[in-house]
Design a protein around this ligand. Structure first.
Ligand code: CP
Ligand code: NVA
Length: 317
Protein backbone atom coordinates (compact mmCIF):
# COMPACT_ATOMS: atom_id res chain seq x y z
CA UNK A 1 0.00 0.00 0.00
CA UNK A 2 1.60 3.29 -1.01
CA UNK A 3 1.58 6.43 1.10
CA UNK A 4 -1.09 9.04 0.35
CA UNK A 5 -0.13 12.69 0.73
CA UNK A 6 -2.29 15.84 0.59
CA UNK A 7 -0.20 18.51 -1.10
CA UNK A 8 -2.79 20.15 -3.35
CA UNK A 9 -6.60 20.14 -3.58
CA UNK A 10 -6.30 17.79 -6.56
CA UNK A 11 -4.77 15.04 -4.38
CA UNK A 12 -8.33 14.00 -3.50
CA UNK A 13 -10.60 12.80 -6.33
CA UNK A 14 -14.20 13.98 -6.24
CA UNK A 15 -15.27 10.72 -4.61
CA UNK A 16 -12.45 10.89 -2.03
CA UNK A 17 -13.22 14.52 -1.21
CA UNK A 18 -16.86 13.57 -0.63
CA UNK A 19 -15.82 10.69 1.65
CA UNK A 20 -13.53 12.94 3.70
CA UNK A 21 -16.27 15.57 4.05
CA UNK A 22 -18.81 12.92 5.09
CA UNK A 23 -16.33 11.60 7.65
CA UNK A 24 -15.70 15.14 8.91
CA UNK A 25 -19.42 15.71 9.42
CA UNK A 26 -19.65 12.41 11.33
CA UNK A 27 -16.57 13.20 13.43
CA UNK A 28 -18.03 16.60 14.28
CA UNK A 29 -20.93 14.74 15.93
CA UNK A 30 -18.63 12.06 17.42
CA UNK A 31 -15.47 14.01 18.28
CA UNK A 32 -13.56 11.38 20.25
CA UNK A 33 -14.76 8.16 18.54
CA UNK A 34 -11.85 7.67 16.14
CA UNK A 35 -8.37 7.03 17.54
CA UNK A 36 -6.33 6.83 14.34
CA UNK A 37 -3.22 8.12 16.19
CA UNK A 38 -3.62 5.98 19.31
CA UNK A 39 -0.39 4.98 21.06
CA UNK A 40 -0.02 7.92 21.30
CA UNK A 41 1.68 8.34 17.93
CA UNK A 42 3.34 11.67 17.19
CA UNK A 43 2.39 14.01 14.35
CA UNK A 44 4.86 16.79 13.48
CA UNK A 45 3.27 20.18 12.73
CA UNK A 46 5.96 22.37 11.22
CA UNK A 47 5.60 26.13 10.66
CA UNK A 48 7.80 28.27 8.41
CA UNK A 49 5.09 30.98 8.57
CA UNK A 50 2.98 32.14 11.51
CA UNK A 51 -0.49 30.73 12.33
CA UNK A 52 -3.37 30.73 14.78
CA UNK A 53 -6.12 28.51 13.31
CA UNK A 54 -3.85 25.94 11.73
CA UNK A 55 -1.76 25.54 14.86
CA UNK A 56 -4.74 25.25 17.21
CA UNK A 57 -6.85 22.99 15.00
CA UNK A 58 -4.04 20.54 14.23
CA UNK A 59 -2.87 20.42 17.87
CA UNK A 60 -6.43 19.84 19.13
CA UNK A 61 -7.25 17.43 16.32
CA UNK A 62 -4.16 15.27 16.78
CA UNK A 63 -4.84 15.05 20.53
CA UNK A 64 -8.48 14.08 19.89
CA UNK A 65 -7.29 11.27 17.58
CA UNK A 66 -5.24 9.89 20.49
CA UNK A 67 -1.94 11.31 19.23
CA UNK A 68 0.76 13.70 20.36
CA UNK A 69 1.24 16.95 18.40
CA UNK A 70 4.86 18.03 18.00
CA UNK A 71 4.72 21.73 17.07
CA UNK A 72 7.89 23.05 15.41
CA UNK A 73 7.87 26.84 15.12
CA UNK A 74 9.73 28.93 12.51
CA UNK A 75 13.48 28.71 13.04
CA UNK A 76 13.33 25.87 15.58
CA UNK A 77 14.62 23.00 13.42
CA UNK A 78 17.43 22.44 10.92
CA UNK A 79 14.88 21.89 8.13
CA UNK A 80 15.64 23.77 4.96
CA UNK A 81 18.68 25.71 6.13
CA UNK A 82 21.17 23.48 7.97
CA UNK A 83 19.72 20.25 6.57
CA UNK A 84 18.10 19.38 3.25
CA UNK A 85 14.38 18.68 3.03
CA UNK A 86 15.10 15.11 1.87
CA UNK A 87 17.35 14.35 4.85
CA UNK A 88 14.82 15.91 7.23
CA UNK A 89 12.08 13.75 5.70
CA UNK A 90 14.16 10.61 6.30
CA UNK A 91 14.43 11.52 9.99
CA UNK A 92 10.76 12.47 10.40
CA UNK A 93 9.35 9.39 8.65
CA UNK A 94 11.05 7.05 11.16
CA UNK A 95 9.62 8.83 14.18
CA UNK A 96 6.32 10.48 13.36
CA UNK A 97 3.12 9.17 11.75
CA UNK A 98 2.20 12.41 9.94
CA UNK A 99 4.14 15.44 8.70
CA UNK A 100 2.05 18.62 8.52
CA UNK A 101 3.97 21.53 7.05
CA UNK A 102 3.21 25.22 6.46
CA UNK A 103 5.87 26.61 4.16
CA UNK A 104 6.60 28.86 1.18
CA UNK A 105 7.49 26.85 -1.93
CA UNK A 106 5.23 24.03 -3.09
CA UNK A 107 8.37 22.28 -4.38
CA UNK A 108 9.54 21.83 -0.78
CA UNK A 109 6.37 19.90 0.10
CA UNK A 110 6.81 17.74 -2.97
CA UNK A 111 10.40 16.95 -1.96
CA UNK A 112 9.30 16.11 1.59
CA UNK A 113 6.60 13.76 0.29
CA UNK A 114 8.98 12.10 -2.15
CA UNK A 115 11.25 11.07 0.72
CA UNK A 116 8.66 10.28 3.40
CA UNK A 117 6.74 7.06 4.03
CA UNK A 118 4.59 9.04 6.48
CA UNK A 119 1.78 11.06 4.88
CA UNK A 120 2.63 14.73 4.28
CA UNK A 121 -0.11 17.37 4.57
CA UNK A 122 0.19 20.88 3.11
CA UNK A 123 -1.07 23.24 5.80
CA UNK A 124 -0.51 26.26 3.48
CA UNK A 125 2.07 27.03 0.84
CA UNK A 126 2.48 30.01 -1.48
CA UNK A 127 0.38 28.10 -4.04
CA UNK A 128 -2.40 26.31 -2.12
CA UNK A 129 -4.29 26.07 1.19
CA UNK A 130 -6.10 22.76 0.70
CA UNK A 131 -6.89 22.07 4.39
CA UNK A 132 -8.74 25.38 4.52
CA UNK A 133 -10.85 24.35 1.56
CA UNK A 134 -11.95 21.12 3.24
CA UNK A 135 -13.20 23.27 6.13
CA UNK A 136 -14.84 25.74 3.75
CA UNK A 137 -16.63 23.02 1.78
CA UNK A 138 -17.82 21.37 5.00
CA UNK A 139 -19.22 24.76 6.07
CA UNK A 140 -20.99 25.30 2.74
CA UNK A 141 -22.51 21.80 2.93
CA UNK A 142 -23.84 22.61 6.41
CA UNK A 143 -25.30 25.91 5.25
CA UNK A 144 -26.63 25.24 1.74
CA UNK A 145 -26.60 21.44 1.33
CA UNK A 146 -25.22 19.64 -1.73
CA UNK A 147 -22.23 21.34 -3.35
CA UNK A 148 -22.90 20.20 -6.93
CA UNK A 149 -23.70 23.17 -9.17
CA UNK A 150 -23.51 25.75 -6.38
CA UNK A 151 -22.11 29.12 -7.46
CA UNK A 152 -19.02 30.26 -5.55
CA UNK A 153 -17.62 33.75 -6.13
CA UNK A 154 -14.11 34.62 -4.94
CA UNK A 155 -13.09 38.29 -5.09
CA UNK A 156 -9.73 39.95 -4.49
CA UNK A 157 -6.17 38.68 -4.86
CA UNK A 158 -6.99 36.00 -7.40
CA UNK A 159 -3.36 34.90 -7.81
CA UNK A 160 -2.90 33.72 -4.24
CA UNK A 161 -3.08 30.34 -2.48
CA UNK A 162 -6.75 30.71 -1.48
CA UNK A 163 -7.89 31.61 -5.01
CA UNK A 164 -6.07 28.56 -6.41
CA UNK A 165 -7.55 26.29 -3.77
CA UNK A 166 -11.10 27.64 -4.19
CA UNK A 167 -10.78 26.92 -7.88
CA UNK A 168 -9.39 23.39 -7.60
CA UNK A 169 -11.35 22.15 -4.58
CA UNK A 170 -14.52 23.89 -5.75
CA UNK A 171 -14.61 22.23 -9.16
CA UNK A 172 -13.66 18.90 -7.55
CA UNK A 173 -16.93 19.26 -5.61
CA UNK A 174 -18.77 20.05 -8.88
CA UNK A 175 -19.22 23.73 -8.05
CA UNK A 176 -19.51 26.66 -10.47
CA UNK A 177 -16.44 28.61 -9.36
CA UNK A 178 -16.02 32.24 -10.42
CA UNK A 179 -12.71 33.91 -9.60
CA UNK A 180 -12.49 37.71 -9.95
CA UNK A 181 -9.43 39.91 -9.60
CA UNK A 182 -7.53 42.62 -11.46
CA UNK A 183 -5.47 41.93 -14.56
CA UNK A 184 -2.10 40.51 -13.52
CA UNK A 185 -3.54 39.04 -10.30
CA UNK A 186 -5.52 36.14 -11.74
CA UNK A 187 -4.69 32.42 -11.43
CA UNK A 188 -1.82 31.11 -13.56
CA UNK A 189 -2.71 29.25 -16.76
CA UNK A 190 -1.46 25.94 -15.28
CA UNK A 191 -3.96 26.28 -12.41
CA UNK A 192 -6.83 27.23 -14.73
CA UNK A 193 -6.01 24.29 -17.02
CA UNK A 194 -5.91 21.86 -14.10
CA UNK A 195 -9.23 23.21 -12.82
CA UNK A 196 -10.83 22.85 -16.27
CA UNK A 197 -9.60 19.25 -16.52
CA UNK A 198 -11.06 18.42 -13.09
CA UNK A 199 -14.30 20.28 -13.90
CA UNK A 200 -14.73 18.16 -17.04
CA UNK A 201 -14.86 15.09 -14.77
CA UNK A 202 -17.23 16.50 -12.15
CA UNK A 203 -19.62 18.84 -13.98
CA UNK A 204 -18.00 21.83 -12.28
CA UNK A 205 -17.52 25.16 -14.06
CA UNK A 206 -14.62 27.62 -14.19
CA UNK A 207 -14.94 31.37 -14.77
CA UNK A 208 -11.96 33.71 -14.50
CA UNK A 209 -12.89 37.38 -14.80
CA UNK A 210 -11.79 40.91 -14.00
CA UNK A 211 -15.45 41.89 -13.45
CA UNK A 212 -16.63 41.25 -9.88
CA UNK A 213 -20.30 41.52 -11.00
CA UNK A 214 -19.84 38.53 -13.31
CA UNK A 215 -18.51 36.45 -10.43
CA UNK A 216 -21.18 37.59 -8.00
CA UNK A 217 -24.28 37.05 -10.16
CA UNK A 218 -26.66 34.82 -8.12
CA UNK A 219 -23.71 33.46 -6.10
CA UNK A 220 -24.56 31.02 -3.28
CA UNK A 221 -21.19 31.59 -1.64
CA UNK A 222 -19.08 34.78 -1.56
CA UNK A 223 -15.46 34.35 -0.46
CA UNK A 224 -12.45 36.56 -0.11
CA UNK A 225 -9.01 36.58 1.52
CA UNK A 226 -6.42 39.08 2.64
CA UNK A 227 -4.93 41.26 -0.09
CA UNK A 228 -1.53 40.89 1.60
CA UNK A 229 -0.51 37.28 2.07
CA UNK A 230 2.33 36.20 4.33
CA UNK A 231 5.60 37.18 2.62
CA UNK A 232 4.01 40.12 0.70
CA UNK A 233 4.16 42.67 3.53
CA UNK A 234 6.54 44.93 1.57
CA UNK A 235 3.88 45.37 -1.16
CA UNK A 236 1.22 46.59 1.27
CA UNK A 237 0.66 50.11 -0.10
CA UNK A 238 0.48 49.02 -3.72
CA UNK A 239 -1.84 46.10 -2.89
CA UNK A 240 -4.27 48.26 -0.90
CA UNK A 241 -4.80 50.34 -4.10
CA UNK A 242 -4.88 47.41 -6.52
CA UNK A 243 -7.81 45.43 -5.17
CA UNK A 244 -10.18 48.24 -4.14
CA UNK A 245 -12.83 47.29 -6.75
CA UNK A 246 -12.96 43.75 -5.38
CA UNK A 247 -13.91 44.52 -1.77
CA UNK A 248 -16.72 42.38 -0.33
CA UNK A 249 -19.13 45.04 0.96
CA UNK A 250 -22.92 45.44 1.03
CA UNK A 251 -22.97 46.57 -2.62
CA UNK A 252 -21.16 43.41 -3.65
CA UNK A 253 -23.46 41.25 -1.51
CA UNK A 254 -26.51 42.83 -3.18
CA UNK A 255 -25.36 41.24 -6.47
CA UNK A 256 -25.22 37.73 -4.98
CA UNK A 257 -28.14 35.49 -4.03
CA UNK A 258 -30.02 36.97 -1.03
CA UNK A 259 -29.31 33.67 0.78
CA UNK A 260 -25.57 33.74 0.00
CA UNK A 261 -23.16 32.86 2.77
CA UNK A 262 -19.84 34.67 3.25
CA UNK A 263 -16.53 32.87 3.80
CA UNK A 264 -13.16 34.24 4.88
CA UNK A 265 -10.33 31.94 5.97
CA UNK A 266 -9.07 34.59 8.45
CA UNK A 267 -7.16 36.52 9.61
CA UNK A 268 -9.30 39.33 8.11
CA UNK A 269 -8.58 43.02 7.68
CA UNK A 270 -11.94 44.75 8.19
CA UNK A 271 -12.27 47.68 5.79
CA UNK A 272 -9.76 46.23 3.30
CA UNK A 273 -10.87 43.03 1.50
CA UNK A 274 -14.17 42.90 3.43
CA UNK A 275 -16.17 45.43 5.43
CA UNK A 276 -16.97 44.86 9.10
CA UNK A 277 -20.67 45.09 8.20
CA UNK A 278 -20.39 41.98 6.01
CA UNK A 279 -17.80 40.06 8.03
CA UNK A 280 -19.74 40.48 11.26
CA UNK A 281 -23.16 40.45 9.58
CA UNK A 282 -25.89 37.79 9.32
CA UNK A 283 -24.63 36.17 6.10
CA UNK A 284 -21.17 35.53 7.50
CA UNK A 285 -20.36 31.93 8.57
CA UNK A 286 -16.72 32.61 9.36
CA UNK A 287 -16.71 31.21 12.91
CA UNK A 288 -18.25 27.92 11.77
CA UNK A 289 -15.64 27.93 9.00
CA UNK A 290 -12.82 28.42 11.54
CA UNK A 291 -14.20 25.67 13.80
CA UNK A 292 -14.51 23.31 10.83
CA UNK A 293 -10.75 23.38 10.34
CA UNK A 294 -10.65 21.02 13.34
CA UNK A 295 -13.27 18.56 12.08
CA UNK A 296 -12.11 18.56 8.46
CA UNK A 297 -8.45 18.01 9.34
CA UNK A 298 -9.25 15.22 11.82
CA UNK A 299 -11.12 13.44 9.03
CA UNK A 300 -8.30 14.09 6.58
CA UNK A 301 -5.65 12.74 8.97
CA UNK A 302 -7.68 9.60 9.79
CA UNK A 303 -8.44 9.00 6.11
CA UNK A 304 -4.82 9.43 4.99
CA UNK A 305 -3.60 7.08 7.74
CA UNK A 306 -6.07 4.38 6.70
CA UNK A 307 -5.40 4.81 2.98
CA UNK A 308 -1.64 4.61 3.65
CA UNK A 309 -2.05 1.40 5.67
CA UNK A 310 -1.10 3.11 8.93
CA UNK A 311 -4.42 2.81 10.77
CA UNK A 312 -7.10 0.14 10.74
CA UNK A 313 -10.11 0.71 8.50
CA UNK A 314 -12.52 -0.04 11.35
CA UNK A 315 -11.14 2.89 13.34
CA UNK A 316 -12.85 5.30 10.91
CA UNK A 317 -16.21 3.56 10.58
N1 CP B 1 -6.88 30.40 7.96
C1 CP B 1 -5.67 30.09 8.49
O1 CP B 1 -4.95 29.24 7.98
O2 CP B 1 -5.37 30.78 9.61
P1 CP B 1 -3.95 30.80 10.35
O3 CP B 1 -2.98 31.49 9.43
O4 CP B 1 -4.19 31.55 11.62
O5 CP B 1 -3.52 29.38 10.59
N1 NVA C 1 -3.48 34.07 1.60
C1 NVA C 1 -3.19 34.09 3.02
C2 NVA C 1 -3.92 33.03 3.74
C3 NVA C 1 -3.76 33.05 5.25
C4 NVA C 1 -4.45 31.92 5.93
C5 NVA C 1 -1.69 33.96 3.25
O1 NVA C 1 -1.06 33.12 2.58
O2 NVA C 1 -1.14 34.68 4.08
Amino acid sequence: MSTRHFLTDLDLSAEEQDRVLNLAAWMKRNPYAIKALEGPQTAAVIFDKTSTRTRVSFAAGIAALGGNPLIINPGESQLGHKESIADSARVFERQVSLIIWRTYAQAGLEEMAEHSASPVINSLSDDYHPCQLLADLLTVREQVGSLQGRKLAYLGDAANNMANSYLLAGVTAGMDVRIAGPEGYLPEERIIGAAEDRAALTGGQVTITTDPSVALAEADVVATDTWISMGQEDEKEQRMQLFGDYRVDTDAMAKASPQAVVLHCLPAYRGAEITAEVLDGPQSVIWDEAENRLHAQKALMAWLLVESGRADEQTVE
